[in-house]
Ligand binder design. Structure first.
Ligand SMILES: Cc1cc2nc3c(=O)[nH]c(=O)nc-3n(C[C@H](O)[C@H](O)[C@H](O)COP(=O)(O)OP(=O)(O)OC[C@H]3O[C@@H](n4cnc5c(N)ncnc54)[C@H](O)[C@@H]3O)c2cc1C
Length: 751
């Protein structure tokens, strides 16, 4: 029977699939093979095992990591003055650079045996998160060597000698690394770079050796201007066949000391007025021996694979940590500001119109931190889930953008006017950077999350594709294909049943009030698995080019992942009742998005018969989720409008210092206003606005009158904004400050 099936049914399908399947480039294949799968694969089965999700160990810190956060991280934060850094120094102060190096911030992920701190991904994330709430320039400076950079590449692919040579120096900061991939011609399509390394003989340190003659022009390279060692991606060519028959050897990564002749490095870009070191660099006929290639000669041509697999981990940590911190920061500050700022005689946070963005900020903060923790838990366990990392990079930065915009709207003029009192401006300017780097978001949404994720996380697709690409793959194809068919039939009935009953009987663990949320996710996971299968079946490789459709599938998969994380957080934190409105807001908002995306998919799938059948099976009554109720929005906003344990949980791990600057003033005013709430109410009931009058009339006590006045004074300090004398803002003045500082630094350096 099985050979009959193979020869008479599978064989023609195999032949058809071979014709229909577009050829896969090496870079595409390498991107697909990079990293691994995790909870994304469970979601893709259409029947996620919730018990498995809830059993994943939470990400936690060791005592040593905790001490580092409370010690050196707090000390570093205290020495950072973001206004001065951005507008006067245009760089971190020299003492901060020294401190960062001395305390091995650059070596957080480098193992202890090489002199690094050997921290877990979660600890790395917590450090970046805290620093970013004080200075983004400092956070990016610390983050880059610990994410995609020479350190990660050396640890995973470097030779023993390279690890011994470089890792201790990178850990102690005596070498500053950067990684150069992007060039003017090659941005998102980095593999199309025209930077080359030609295999040739050359003279290096007095010896004639086999090596590479490099020519490149890179730009946007973070830490580039101060880097002492450049990780460089280029195309290796062997026109004289010094290594073998092949001429085009492929993308290769090497480590290049930046003092070598022919290298021009040091000029700076100014990315959105963020002053972390970033700039272009060039190399003209730079000669390096072959053993400068990361991993040695054997790794020539494997650079792309190495980079993509390093990105699979890095993308899940750095930018999601910054973004989760930004959302939490917005929640803490915007809630407090909306509480202390009055218009029309009442705190603006009491207006329904303001509650809506406040709830969005609070919900986003809850969701992003939940997803950050879950992803760190996967990384802590040694996974490199590439699809999840893509989801995290894309959605964390997108949702940070929403939270920051909302925070700006609520703060209004207070956030717009720049100066030392402004705690929001730098964040706003930094948002587009997060959106653009490590896979620009439009590309990530339309091409990466589902376009690559589908093959990676689907239970059978990768097996089928691999079999199709193999000329002798019929047997493997036959096995995978029929398992796939069986799976699809099961999924059809599962999705149909769950959709027509509104998920009422879909699987859910015993999760208290959150149980119905699991049912909804079980329902949508089944619907997603069925719709995705039908899209593959009817569109095949063309689905990749239909980016808008692919993006919608990606959005559904992303929502399923993010909402799983929110549910796990609620469970892990002991089902905190006070946090339930935030969880509910996340789930209701996510379900609305999922339903809308399904409706958009059914409206646009090219095969209209399949689209109509899918709509009938999965959404017979249309997209009916309307998002959070007004009551839920109100309750969710309340979490950040009052001091409470829920507010502290939502905004834990941010840096605080009492420096009488904008943020410290806000914290103080918020505490005083909240404490004076009852007194305020008595005055309102007696229709008296002036506290002195209220004391005189005996409505409030003298001490209460003083508390009211202290709160009013604190609030008036919060609503202050900066102003400048015209010459303080002149270009000349800014330049002269910068020049003086430069001069001082040169003097310091010389001595
Ligand atoms: C501040 C900063 C720091 C950086 N640091 C580094 C670094 O340290 N090292 C390094 O190598 N690089 C770095 N980069 C480069 C960064 O990774 C690139 O900017 C990014 O890859 C995008 O390239 P691009 O800016 O040229 O945009 P383009 O590639 O020109 O893209 C423009 C737009 O087209 C979209 N797009 C492109 N292709 C598609 C597609 N197929 N489908 C849909 N949309 C698509 C993109 O999403 C984007 O919105 C940095 C960039 C910045 C701004």
């Amino acid at each position: 029977m099985s050979s009959f099936r193979r020869d008479y049914i599978s064989r023609p399908i195999f032949a058809l699939a071979k014709k229909a399947m577009p050829a896969m480039s090496d870079t595409e294949r390498e991107a697909l093979e990079a990293g691994d799968v995790w909870w994304d694969a469970d979601l893709f089965t259409g029947d996620p095992d919730w018990a498995k999700l809830l059993a994943y160990p939470q990400a936690t810190l060791t005592a040593e990591e905790h001490a580092f956060l409370e010690g050196p991280v707090n000390e570093l934060c205290a020495m950072l003055d973001d206004w001065k850094i951005s507008w006067e120094l245009r760089d971190l102060p020299p003492e901060a650079w020294d401190f960062i190096k001395k305390h091995r911030f650059f070596g957080m992920i480098i193992p202890k045996e090489f002199g690094g701190l050997g921290f877990s991904p979660y600890a790395h994330s917590e450090v970046v998160r805290k620093i970013s709430t004080r200075s983004l320039a400092a956070a990016v400076t610390v983050m880059v060597p610990n994410s995609l950079g020479p350190g990660e590449l050396l640890m995973r692919f470097g030779t023993k000698e390279q690890q011994q040579q470089w890792l201790p120096r990178l850990a102690e900061g005596s070498e500053i690394p950067c990684f150069g991939l992007t060039s003017p011609e090659a941005g998102s399509d980095a593999a199309s770079m025209i930077d080359t390394g030609v295999i040739c003989r050359g003279n290096f340190e007095g010896r004639e050796v086999l090596g590479l003659r490099l020519n490149w022009h890179k730009r946007y390279i973070t830490l580039g201007p101060v880097a002492t060692v450049l990780g460089l991606a280029f195309k290796a060519l062997d026109p004289d066949h010094l290594l073998g028959q092949e001429e085009d050897l492929g993308i290769t990564a090497a480590l290049i000391p930046t003092h070598l002749p022919g290298i021009d490095i040091g000029r700076r870009h100014l990315p959105s007025m963020q002053v972390f070191q970033n700039g272009p660099n060039w190399g003209r006929d730079v000669f390096i021996p072959l053993d400068f290639i990361i991993g040695g000669k054997e790794r020539i041509g494997q650079g792309w694979k190495m980079l993509v697999s390093a990105l699979a981990a890095g993308r899940g940590i750095s930018l999601p940590s910054l973004s989760a911190a930004a959302a939490a920061f917005c929640a803490r500050t915007t809630g407090a500001y909306a509480r202390v700022r009055k218009q029309f005689g009442i705190p603006i946070g009491k207006f329904e119109g303001i509650e809506e963005p406040l709830a969005r900020i609070a919900g986003t903060a809850y969701l992003l931190d939940a997803a950050r923790r879950l992803t760190c838990a996967a990384l802590n366990q040694g996974h490199h889930p590439s699809v999840i990392s893509g989801i995290m990079k894309l959605h964390a930065t997108e949702r940070m953008r929403i939270a920051v915009n909302d925070a700006f709207d609520v703060h209004s003029g207070k956030a717009i006017i720049d100066g030392p009192q402004n705690y929001m401006g730098a964040l706003y300017r930094a948002v587009p950077i997060g959106i653009t780097v490590e896979g620009a978001n439009i590309l990530s949404r339309n091409l990466i999350v589902f376009g690559q994720g589908a093959f990676r996380s689907h239970p059978y697709l990768l097996e089928e594709i691999t079999a199709i690409a193999d000329p002798n793959g019929l047997d493997a194809f036959d096995r995978a294909f029929w398992k796939h068919v069986g799976h699809s039939i099961k999924t059809l009935f599962r999705a149909w049943g769950r959709s027509w009953t509104g998920g009422l009987f879909a699987p859910a663990p015993d999760a208290g009030r959150a149980k119905p949320f699991y049912r909804q996710l079980s329902r949508f996971a089944a619907a997603f698995a069925l719709a995705a299968d039908m899209a593959f079946l009817t569109m095949g490789g063309a689905l990749k080019r239909r980016e808008m459709l692919s993006a919608r599938f990606g959005d559904i998969l992303s929502e399923l992942y993010l909402l799983s994380a929110a549910l796990k957080r609620w469970e892990d934190e002991g089902r905190q009742e006070a946090d339930f409105p935030a969880l509910e807001w996340c789930v209701e908002t996510g379900c609305k998005t999922i339903q809308t995306r399904f409706a958009e998919i059914f409206a646009n799938l090219p095969n209209r018969f399949v689209a109509t059948m899918l709509r009938l099976v999965l959404q017979p009554l249309g997209a009916r989720d309307t998002g959070p109720t007004d009551e839920n929005v109100h309750q969710c906003a309340q979490i950040i409008l009052e001091p409470s344990a829920a507010r502290e949980r939502l905004t834990a791990g941010l840096f605080h210092i009492d420096d009488d600057r904008g943020l410290a003033r806000l914290e103080k005013a918020f505490a005083l206003v909240a404490a004076a709430d009852g007194i305020d109410r008595s005055m309102r009931a007696a229709r008296i606005k002036d506290s002195r009058e209220a004391v005189k009339q005996g409505v409030i006590s003298a001490s209460d009158g003083e508390r009211i006045r202290a709160a009013e004074e604190a609030v008036s300090k919060v609503i202050e904004v900066d102003d400048f004398a015209p010459d303080e803002l002149s270009e000349i003045n800014l330049k002269s400050i910068s020049r003086e500082e430069m001069f001082a630094r040169e003097v310091r350096a010389a001595s």
